[in-house]
Ligand binder design. Structure first.
Ligand code: FAD
Length: 592
């Protein structure tokens, strides 16, 4: 029936920028609100303390705009109401001003989010407001997976699959219905917030200041009063829109269309095997590129899983061959759940080595300082090269610091690595095996630099950045956790060549090498000088021109470096068996 209650419901959007299959939104509407207000609150943690590059900002704004339009389509009085203040301080003001009876949101198990939500729930209870929380961000509630895994972090797919079996025979819940109508908000006068006092959060340290032209402008426009509740523009938050170069678009409409296009191709869905998809494919890429939509919740992971699973069931009945877990698409989605559950069990230390009980201690260069002795990000310095400041770390090798900086900007002299790092910077996304290549190269298969340095760069540049997946995969690739076969290493030359012998991917992302013969495109330093001249690019370290006429020589002899890494890894693993972490960290294992 269309009858309503006296419930005045505040719906708090965070990880769920969608209307379809949102268990939390569904629960909110089931309260049959007389008044319904869907809000987004800018969180200073996201605005100042998370590393967010221009591409991810834009993706987020696109998701918000799309969702807002979808609300308006269902009810012309509605939109996504953006409020520019810390949730802990602004929500109580909204409850009062709008006479809220119920607060509803999607469960978020990220360590910071848990802390914030606990605080908000306490405040709501004090104010006599009923709080409704629903899981919808994962296939399975990460806390349930942990419980079914004996209270331990899920450290393998076998463990994750077994735990999922115990929840619902390994099947997530079916999607819930998409709302067909949305109740009204308050009338204009009561929605108006110009009479409430805004508290502007202290913007220091502001890890994202470097992206903005006018540093003193800070984020006052994103965090200050916003009486029209609008989605900010790039300009409003001080970021030059031309810095957001990604071709990948945000928003629920885009995500649903992408998923529908993939599922229309049943052969693609049924035969998808991750290890057989090419990291060198672009336009189109070889995998689904739905990860940023899962991150922002513009696509429901359960809808994704079921749409794919239903096709696979149909094909099985028709006796068509399907790929199986973990290489198929449902397996990919379960990998995401594995990392979420591992993080849910470990908490905040999951994203670093110190205090993280699943992380193997390895004597990397450029290690983070332990939390207690570090600046704790409080007074993190700003680089003047426009990059975001790093977490405080020990520069124990100037050479490694230089390698790290060259890796970051895609000037290592290894075209495969540089092409990937430049694709990451300009587009905010690279293929999984591309991520494997650059992560292995930075850590145990090249530079021997701490995985935390790499994870930070990914945090800034990825449009799909997800704390659990990022830290988890970096630990996997660096053999810090999840995976231990450190003798299996990616060659920055042979691996790419296998997928793309002509080097089209390199020609695209390292255009200065576009004219090189395919014989030399992976190792341009081997090309005769006369050819280099003919092809319009010299391989040299003599001048630092980044004008497309030169390309750097390789920053080290890869084979030599790989051997050094292997020897170090072997010792670090031995010490773990026969010694202890301190010996690894203080270097005394070298004398063992
Ligand atoms: P598809 O192959 O189409 O897979 C479908 C979905 O499954 C993805 O969208 C993703 O949500 C999930 N998925 C697939 N593989 C993984 C995986 N190994 N771990 C977790 N989820 C997975 N993924 C992120 O979403 N955020 C990150 O911050 C992130 N950081 C990474 C860092 C490193 C060093 C590595 C090696 C991998 C990282 N990944 C991360 C995992 C993976 O590379 C991406 O999820 C995937 O490439 C996204 O592209 P896709 O949507 O086309 O994937």
């Amino acid at each position: 029936s269309g009858s309503t209650s006296n419930n005045i419901v505040l719906y708090w959007h965070r990880t769920d920028l969608r209307l379809h299959d949102s268990p939390a939104l569904h629960a909110a509407l089931a309260l049959k609100p007389s008044t319904f207000i869907p809000v987004w609150t800018w969180d200073p943690h996201y605005v100042y303390r998370a590393r967010v590059g221009p591409n991810r900002w834009r993706f987020l704004f696109e998701c918000q705009n799309d969702l807002s339009k979808s609300y308006t389509k269902l009810n012309s009085k509605q939109k996504l109401w953006l409020v520019r203040e810390d949730p802990q301080t602004v929500l109580p003001k909204l409850w009062k001003k709008w006479g809220i009876t119920h607060l509803v949101f999607e469960k978020d198990t990220d360590p910071y989010a848990r802390e914030r939500d606990e605080a908000v729930v306490r405040l709501a209870e004090e104010a006599g407001i009923e709080v409704v929380i629903r899981m919808g961000r994962n296939l399975f509630d990460p806390d349930d997976l942990v419980r079914k895994n004996g209270g331990k972090p899920t450290m393998s797919m076998t463990q994750t699959e077994k735990a999922a079996e115990k929840i619902n025979n390994g099947q997530p819940d079916r999607p819930v219905e998409t709302p067909k109508s949305i109740p009204d908000p308050w009338e204009k006068d009561r929605m108006d917030l110009s009479d409430i006092e805004h508290e502007i959060a202290d913007p220091t340290p502001d890890l994202n200041a470097a992206h903005r032209g006018t540093k003193d402008k800070q984020y006052t426009q994103i965090m200050g009063p916003n009486n029209d509740f609008s989605v900010p523009t790039m300009g409003e938050i001080g970021i030059d829109p031309s810095l957001a170069t990604t071709p990948h678009r945000g928003g629920e409409s885009v995500a649903l269309k992408m998923l529908a296009d993939y599922t229309a191709d049943e052969e693609y869905i049924g035969t998808f095997e991750k290890p057989k998809t090419s990291p060198a494919a672009f336009e189109p890429q070889s995998t689904t590129l739905l990860s940023p939509h899962l991150h922002f919740g513009s696509l429901s992971i359960r809808k994704y899983w079921w749409d794919v699973q239903d096709i696979m069931t149909k094909r099985r009945k028709a006796k068509k061959t399907n790929a199986s877990v973990p290489v198929n698409l449902p397996g990919q989605l379960l990998f995401r759940d594995m990392y979420f559950a591992a993080q849910a069990a470990i908490g905040a230390p999951f994203a670093r080595t110190h205090g993280n009980k699943v992380a193997r201690v390895i004597d990397w260069h450029l290690q983070s300082k332990p939390l207690q002795s570090s600046r704790n990000d409080e007074d993190a310095m700003e680089d003047d090269d426009g990059d975001l400041p790093a977490r405080d770390y020990e520069i124990d090798s100037l050479e490694a610091e230089e390698w790290f900086q060259s890796w970051k900007i895609g000037r290592t002299g290894f075209p495969w690595i540089d092409a990937l790092m430049r694709q990451l910077r300009s587009e905010g996304w690279i293929h999984h095996l591309g991520r494997h290549s650059v992560a292995c190269f930075l850590t145990r298969g090249g530079c021997y630099v701490s995985w935390e340095r790499g994870a930070e760069v990914f945090e800034e540049l990825l449009i799909d950045h997800e704390t659990a997946s990022n830290a988890g995969n970096w630990m996997w690739l660096s053999c810090t956790a999840f995976f231990a076969q450190f003798y299996r290493c990616y060659s920055p030359i042979a691996f790419g060549k296998k997928w793309d012998p002509n080097g089209d991917f390199i020609r695209r992302y390292v255009p200065e090498l576009a004219n090189f013969d395919k014989k030399f495109i992976y190792e341009p330093w081997k090309a005769p000088i006369a050819d280099q001249k003919k092809w319009g690019c010299r391989v040299t370290n003599d001048d630092n021109a980044v004008d497309g006429t030169t390309y750097p020589k390789p920053m080290f002899d890869f084979d030599k470096q790989r051997q050094i890494c292997l020897d170090n890894m072997k010792r670090a693993y031995d010490v773990r068996l026969h010694g202890n972490d301190e010996q690894v960290l203080d270097g005394s294992w070298k004398k063992l």
